[in-house]
Design a protein around this ligand. Structure first.
Ligand code: ADP
Length: 320
């Protein structure tokens, strides 16, 4: 069989959560278009509430989309839901604890759920790959958090899916475990598994992913090779505290500005194109007196800003 060019192909995906007694209707995805090339390690980045989990849940078959099409490994999730699900393994954000199972039982049960015949099960191999062989028969509740997380990865791989999704895999995970986890993920990738990971740490995505998509407010803001994205990051901020606190960040020609707490504001400038000197001149040009300045590296939010420079928040119906 021909292998698909894209491990995941999403077109025009919308998701609106229905209103409940206590919450209004909420549009979480607003037309996601995304292609994940086969064989890549793909980072899905975005701030909290951007829609990452919603999107992952749709891929995993846990949430129904409102509109759009999604293909996993070339299989349309509406037309061939079983085949699509067989192509994907998902490591969820939450540590689901099968406290009454041993890791071995947990993997066997999972394999059974996916209909993997006994002769094709890889329980011992997976436990070994994730450094859990000596815990194969321990109760899951006796495992450390890190071991539980590795077990989740093993569970996601029982049916040998060509696509593995990791939802915030290193939230609250220590450095050592993170390294172990990544080395296994990289090994899987070398063996041909396409990896998608969500994170809100730009650094993590930077280090691992060959492609990064940024989602903001339910839309893909950018999706490109990591190296291309990083070239956009040649920016720095100058945080200006004026003598008299401001209510709105001043508009400065050629710079993006954002209000900070306490009547200060941040000015983002491109290091290759301007200097702190020019920023300060522009601030003074607005008749503002400067009490204090600080410089800082941009964070993901600044990257969003520079990529999405858009309507003010108040006009945005999607805002929480
Ligand atoms: P992320 O994973 O990027 O933090 P989510 O997909 O969890 O984002 O959430 C996207 C938006 O949808 C948020 O505004 C969130 O509050 C809302 N949302 C998520 N799940 C539900 C739900 N089950 N019902 C209603 N709103 C939801």
């Amino acid at each position: 069989m021909d292998l698909p060019d894209y491990a995941i192909e999403a077109t025009g995906v919308f998701k609106t959560y229905a209103a409940t007694k206590t919450t209004p209707e909420k549009r979480a995805l607003n037309g996601i278009d995304l292609k994940v090339p086969r064989g890549s390690i793909f980072g899905l980045l975005g701030p909290n509430g951007a829609g990452k989990s919603t999107f992952i849940n749709i891929l995993a078959g846990l949430t129904h989309k409102t509109a759009g099409t999604v293909k996993i490994w070339g299989r349309d999730i509406d037309e061939r839901p079983r085949d699509a699900r067989a192509a994907i393994g998902v490591v969820p954000q939450e540590l689901a604890a099968d406290v009454f199972f041993t890791p071995e039982e947990s993997l066997e049960t999972q394999a059974g759920m996916y209909g993997v015949p006994k002769s094709e099960r890889r329980t011992a191999e997976l436990l070994a790959a994730l450094g859990l062989s000596d815990k194969a028969r321990a109760y899951v509740r006796q495992l450390s958090g890190g071991m539980k997380r590795r077990l989740m990865v093993a569970k996601a791989m029982v049916h040998n899916p060509p696509v593995l999704i990791l939802d915030e895999p290193t939230a609250g995970v220590d450095v050592e475990l993170r390294r172990q986890l990544w080395s296994y993920v990289l090994e899987l990738n070398r063996a041909g598994v396409t990896i998608v990971l969500t994170t809100h740490y730009l650094e993590e995505a930077q280090e691992l992913c060959d492609r990064i998509a940024i989602i903001n407010r339910g839309e893909v803001v950018v999706s490109e090779p990591t190296s291309t994205l990083l070239r956009r990051l040649d920016t720095r901020n100058v945080v200006v505290t004026p003598d008299t606190p401001v209510d709105n960040a001043p508009a400065l020609v050629g710079f993006e500005t954002r209000l900070r707490p306490g009547g200060a504001f941040a000015v983002t400038y491109k290091t290759g194109q301007s200097s702190v000197e020019q920023v300060l001149a522009a601030v003074r040009g607005q008749g503002l007196h400067i009490k204090d300045i600080a410089t800082e590296d941009p964070d993901l939010e600044d990257v969003f800003m520079s990529l999405t420079y858009a309507a003010p928040d108040a006009a945005d119906p999607l805002k929480d």
